[in-house]
Design a protein around this ligand. Structure first.
Ligand SMILES: Nc1ncnc2c1ncn2[C@@H]1O[C@H](COP(=O)(O)OP(=O)(O)OP(=O)(O)O)[C@@H](O)[C@H]1O
Length: 743
């Protein structure tokens, strides 16, 4: 782990071999020993031994100096100079880096440097030249000695140079030691750093261990959760298995039962087979009988052949007849084709006549007057016959019902049996003298409906008006009369098809006409709104908000002659059946708003408006019309309404009376306007007249249905209503205008 100091193995470093101590301590001895050995060798080779020279000098085997090499230049293989040590091997460097003073394990470098010279010195026994006193020799020996001496001197000088070099080497080695020590210091510091790093790492290790522990705990927790989940799964799997077992048992049971059934069926089939076989046997018998019959028949056939021949001749005669008929048919076909053409022409004429009819229809409507009045008397109801204690103290038996009816009903007469336009009321009163005085009140209207008239009968006349609104007219139908006289029944009616009132019938009629006119290029859009005016406040019967709280404003558009009420729900109508649900919604909203004491529907006016806008793609014509179907509040007078001291009822009655008299005033003013064009029409006197302004003006068609109670007790109220209706009937309002726009 610890980083090692860099080895001084670079070849440019002087020496990185063994430590100084190893050099200084081991080398001299080694050299000495080597020298002695060499000397011994040489002594063995040489004939005569020379005394050792250089005693006390470093006992390193002498290396031949450059000078010496000069001397031995004749030798083929000169020794390597000692001054240039070989670069240390890696092994030697390692031993240095360990910082030990032990001698290098491999002494190859030193060995090589020391072992070579002896090999040379064996041939040149220079190292064995003694430096002691020279003894006198004889002749050639002396000369040789002198030579040797001079050579020794040169060797000595070379050795001195070597010693100097060695000194330099030593200095270099010391520098290396200093380097090594510095390295050692650096290493110690690194060691300290490494220790602190180790401490840090231990710390990290601890942290890691803690993390590991936390992970282990989490893992254990997860394992536990997993185990719980697995247990749960196992439980559900067991449940499933139990269910499957139960199902399997049930299925097995069913299969067994099925099997038994099949077995029974097989038995039955076997039985059938047996019966069939018996039948087959019988059939075979029958077949043999038939064969004999056939032989009889073939005889008969021969007889028939003869007859057939006769018939063939008859057929030829008939064929001739048929050809004659075919000729007749082809001539008839020609006639049919010409008739078809005629029919097509007639259809075309009929279409043109339809346009004329519509024009004439509206002309007739206009001639009839733009305000018309119908009178309808409702039948006596079972609820009317509930005997009062005064009239029949013991109650009435079923036989008395007819008698009771006669007794209770008012004396209405309908003299005009043909046109049904008149109603006569016969009343008797006591004169001042106490005599019974009979009075007859005659009234004539556009149409009088007797108690047995059905909703369909009433609608027959109204339907023409309803149709006018598809032609772009504003139409207004009022139901006027005292409470309980049948206004709501006339306008809304019952739930069945027979009892359906004018509103659903008018809507259905408009849809029907719109559908018919589709073939003539007309496309209509219809929408409906249903409002209530109670105590001069407008409420949305198809809305969602509370009653009497939201403020709705009436806005008239003089240009288009249309009226809008702000913030009310206008429902697009797509089918006539939709109207029934709108009526139910309105009724339920009114029921919610009613109090126990106050039946709201009879104390408020309701206005159903159907708006129609049509466009003819082929002619580019457009028209807008509206149909207002108004169920007015009960018209009974203040004293008859039984308000007593009830302030609320009093307020209601006053409000109703005000709005009804405002309606009368508007109609009267409209009648007078015919003479004075600048006549002011007091539409703003009540919410009702202001709302219906565009449907009451001279531009629209108005119908009032006066509903009458058949009861004698209501005779006075009925007379008042009849008088009001007569006034309205006598009013002539200007000509209705179609609201159409040019393409
Ligand atoms: N032509 C009729 N045939 C059969 N029943 C009728 C007829 N006209 C009215 N009725 C019945 O008479 C009762 C009173 O009628 P309706 O509620 O229409 O009177 P109304 O004038 O609208 O009274 P209100 O002013 O209280 O609303 C109802 O039960 C209704 O079904």
């Amino acid at each position: 782990m610890s980083r090692l100091p860099r080895l001084h193995s670079s070849p440019d470093r002087p020496f990185a071999g063994p430590s100084m101590s190893s050099i200084t301590t081991s080398r001299p001895g080694a050299l000495k020993r080597k020298a002695i050995a060499e000397e011994d060798d040489e002594a063995a080779d040489e004939p005569r031994k020379l005394p050792a020279i250089g005693k006390g000098r470093p006992q390193r085997p002498l290396q031949p100096s450059r000078t010496a090499t000069n001397l031995s230049s004749s030798r083929s293989n000169p020794p390597k100079p000692l001054t240039k040590p070989n670069p240390p091997t890696l092994t030697a460097s390692r031993s240095v880096s360990r910082g030990t003073s032990a001698p290098p394990t491999s002494s190859s470098t030193l060995g090589r440097s020391t072992s070579r010279p002896p090999s040379t010195t064996r041939r040149e026994p220079v190292g064995r030249i003694a430096s002691g006193p020279i003894r006198p020799t004889r002749g050639p020996d002396d000369q040789r000695f002198l030579d040797l001496q001079s050579r020794v001197a040169s060797v000595e000088s070379a050795r001195a140079a070597d010693a100097e070099r060695l000194e330099q080497d030593m200095a270099a080695e010391r520098a290396k030691v200093a380097d090594l020590q510095a390295n050692h210091l650096a290493l110690s510091r690194e060691l300290a750093t490494a220790k602190s790093q180790e401490l840090n790492q231990r710390q990290e290790l601890n942290n890691a261990s803690e993390e590991l522990e936390a992970l282990r705990k989490r893992h254990a927790r997860e394992l536990k959760d997993l185990e719980i989940d697995l247990r749960r799964d196992l439980m559900s799997a067991r449940d499933d298995l139990a269910n499957m077992k139960t199902r399997h048992a049930r299925e097995t049971m069913e299969l067994e039962m099925d099997l038994k059934k099949r077995e029974r069926e097989i038995q039955q089939l076997n039985e059938d087979l047996r019966v069939c076989r018996a039948d087959l046997e019988r059939e075979r018998e029958t077949a043999s009988t038939l064969k004999s019959t056939i032989s009889h028949q073939s005889n008969a056939q021969i007889a028939l052949g003869t007859e057939n021949h006769a018939l063939q001749s008859q057929k030829t005669a008939l064929q001739m007849q048929l050809d004659m008929y075919l000729a007749t048919i082809s001539s008839l076909n020609l006639k049919l084709e010409s008739s078809q053409k005629e029919v097509d022409d007639l259809k075309q004429q009929a279409m043109e006549a339809e346009g004329v009819r519509r024009k004439l229809h509206n002309m007739v409507q206009e001639l009839k007057g733009n305000i018309r009045v119908f009178c309808r008397v409702r039948p006596i109801l079972p609820s009317d016959l509930t005997p009062s204690p005064s009239s029949s103290p013991n109650g009435s038996a079923p036989d008395d019902i007819e008698e009771l009816k006669v007794k209770m009903q008012a004396n209405y007469l309908y003299p005009d049996r043909h046109d049904h336009k008149e109603i006569v009321i016969s009343s008797s009163s006591e004169s001042a003298t106490g005599q019974e005085r009979k009075e007859l009140h005659n009234f004539a209207f556009d149409r009088v409906f007797e108690p047995d008239a059905t909703q369909a009968d009433v609608f027959e006349d109204i339907s023409q008006l309803a149709q006018s609104c598809t032609d772009g007219y504003n139409v207004c139908v009022f139901a006027y009369g005292q409470t309980g006289s049948g206004k709501s029944f006339t306008m809304e009616g019952g739930a069945t098809e027979q009892t359906a009132g004018m509103i659903p019938r008018a809507v259905a009629q408009v849809f029907r006409v719109a559908e018919e006119l589709r073939s003539k290029g007309w496309e209509y859009k219809m929408e409906g709104q249903f409002l209530e005016i109670y105590n001069e406040t407008i409420n949305d019967l198809l809305g969602k908000g509370d009653f009497d709280k939201k403020k709705h404003e009436i806005k008239h558009d003089a240009k288009s002659n249309t009226t809008r009420v702000t913030d009310v729900n206008v429902v697009p109508l797509h089918s006539p059946t939709q109207v029934q649900s709108l009526l139910s919604l309105a009724a339920s909203r009114r029921t919610v708003a009613a109090t126990l004491m106050n039946e709201r529907s009879s104390r408020s006016h309701s206005v159903f408006t159907l708006r129609i806008s049509g466009a003819n793609a082929s002619s580019g014509e457009r028209c807008e019309g509206s149909l207002n179907l108004v169920d007015l509040a009960g018209s009974e007078r203040l004293n008859a309404s039984g308000t007593g001291n009830d302030k609320e009822r009093l307020k209601e009655t006053q409000s109703i009376n005000r709005s009804l008299s405002a309606l009368g005033d508007v109609i009267a003013a409209l009648g007078e306007k015919g003479e004075k064009s600048e006549k002011h029409i007091p539409y703003r006197n009540s919410k009702l007249t202001y709302l219906l302004q565009n449907s009451l003006s001279g531009n629209s068609k108005t119908l009032m249905v006066l509903n009458l109670s058949p009861l004698a007790v209501h005779l006075n109220e009925s007379l008042t209503s009849l008088r009001f209706a007569t006034k309205v009937n006598n009013t002539t309002i200007g000509t209705a205008k179609k609201q159409s726009r040019a393409p």
